[in-house]
Design a protein. Structure first.
Length: 116
């Protein structure tokens, strides 16, 4: 069983930064790709960033490329999303996802609100 718990969201200002994190329980974390997704009110959940099991490969949505950085610490079973140069359109609930073969596990989400 895998449990994902996000934290570190909150209120940020335009141009500011936030760094949500996602802590995973279970023994599969180090061997699985991870990702961050977000869902704004009235919109579908969308991909934000992904990272391979060993951190060697990352990918980003065009909307966050150059501003957000995904990273992971397998020793701490944690994945991070460094969010810089925040924009109002970054306001959403941010979810982390763990991919284990055909299975996917999601956290409960952390709210990020960007105010001008």
């Amino acid at each position: 069983q895998v449990e994902l718990v996000e934290s570190g969201g909150g209120l940020g200002q335009v141009g500011g930064l936030l760094r949500p994190s996602c802590a995973a329980s279970g023994r599969h974390f180090s061997y699985n790709n991870m990702g961050w997704f977000r869902q704004a009110p009235g919109k579908e959940r969308e991909f934000v960033a992904g990272i391979s099991w060993n951190g060697s490969n990352t990918k980003y949505a065009d909307s966050v490329k150059g501003r957000f950085t995904i990273s992971r610490d397998n020793g701490e079973n944690t994945v991070y999303l460094q969010m810089n140069s925040l924009k109002p359109e970054d306001t959403a609930v941010y979810y982390c996802k763990l991919e284990n073969g055909p299975y996917a596990y999601w956290g409960q989400g952390t709210q990020v609100t960007v105010s001008s």
